[in-house]
Unconditional design. Structure first.
Length: 373
């Protein structure tokens, strides 16, 4: 039978992700709007966003946070263009974005000493191949595959190279081992449901040391420049952004950070996301027509959850269209490069009740499209 109860919030997109529960645009502060980002109020709000990020993520002493242009992609490109070159590079990829970083390193930066280790969709590559002498690039959570790293045990505490981590769908949803991460990037449009276009760059003291001791051989675009005269441009990490940010987006981010603090901080956000995944775990266990793309429970993402179905690609597409038409689930199709299936966001801004309401609709849509065929 067709379900009678719909999710109160049908926004299950994996980016930009749904706003926090109770979000109200009119609640945002407007004091910084229409003002220069270099004004006292502009710099104050930007610095507040940085300071609250450091506090809520419990970053180690000496780690720096900067707000940069270009979303997570801009932050990752900035890190790679500014830091890579003096050592060999090991790249671990198991989905679209990780593969994209490998392409940039080889074809854009044209580095010679590069090792690419890949895993199929649903699996992880062999991290034991990581060389502590090399710089390492990896994603903490593969947004397009629904596969995350189990831990950072494979990263040497005595490494000589830097670890550069694309953490955009993991930060504020998973326990990050910051002592093993020298550079992390994310965009607040993911886990916190913020507005797009801005990236966040996190640097460890080791990364800062590299920046101040190494000059890349290639020309550096202005929006990638993190040093001047051999020294870190420290203002970037105090709210003096490289280019003009949207202060409305910054206020939106501050609202999301305040919400994380209100629900109990990072621990509560991680637990909420994990509890959402647990609902899907039970659903998959109870239904033989749907399964996780991730091959092992330990590596199954608790944000961008990817599913494969006992259905043809055209049937999956028809299910997605049907659910959209019924206004019970928007934007849940698998990423274009991934195997045909569903991808449903279950980060902390998603309410468990909405996931519970969605599940009968998935069954109904499957029966309508596949079993009725």
């Amino acid at each position: 039978m067709k379900p009678s109860v719909k999710p109160a919030n049908p926004n299950f997109s994996s980016g930009p992700c749904t706003k926090r529960p109770g979000y109200d645009l009119s609640a945002l502060s407007t004091l910084s709007l229409g003002r220069s980002h270099r004004s006292s109020i502009g710099k104050q709000q930007l610095k507040l966003a940085i300071d609250e990020t450091i506090r809520l993520l419990n970053l180690p002493e000496g780690y720096k946070v900067g707000i940069v242009p270009g979303s997570d992609t801009g932050a990752m490109e900035m890190a790679m263009w500014s830091l890579l070159g003096p050592r060999g590079v090991d790249i671990f990829a198991w989905e679209s974005f990780g593969s994209g970083w490998a392409t940039d390193v080889v074809k854009q930066l044209k580095l010679d000493d590069v090792n690419s280790y890949t895993g199929e969709y649903g699996e992880l590559p062999d991290f034991s191949q990581a060389d502590p002498q090399n710089d390492t690039i990896f994603t903490w959570n593969g947004t397009t595959s629904g596969v995350k790293v189990e831990n950072a045990d494979w990263i040497s505490a005595d490494r000589e190279g830097l670890t550069i981590c694309d953490a955009t769908s993991a930060v504020f949803a998973m326990d990050m081992e910051w002592d093993k991460i020298d550079v992390a990037t994310f965009s607040w449009q993911k886990v916190l449901g913020g507005e797009g276009a801005h990236g966040v760059l996190i640097l460890s003291p080791r990364a800062v040391e590299r920046l101040e001791s190494y000059t890349p051989a290639w020309p550096m675009p202005k929006i990638f420049r993190l040093t001047k005269g051999g020294k870190l441009i420290d203002g970037i990490f105090k709210g003096e952004t490289i280019n003009t940010p949207s202060m409305l987006c910054v206020e939106d981010y501050l609202d999301a950070l305040a919400w994380v603090d209100k629900i109990g901080g990072l621990t509560a956000a991680v637990e909420k996301s994990a509890a959402n995944l647990a609902v899907f775990n039970q659903f998959v266990a109870d239904n033989d027509w749907i399964d996780f793309l991730a091959k092992r429970p330990e590596i199954c993402s608790n944000t961008s959850v990817c599913f494969v179905l006992k259905a043809e690609a055209a049937q999956v597409k028809a299910m997605i269209k049907l659910l959209d038409t019924e206004q019970v689930a928007f934007d849940i199709g698998a990423y274009r490069d991934a195997p045909a299936g569903l991808r449903v966001w279950c980060g902390a801004t998603v309410e468990q009740a909405d996931i519970e309401a969605l599940l009968p609709w998935l069954t109904w849509a499957y029966n309508e499209v596949v079993n009725a065929a």
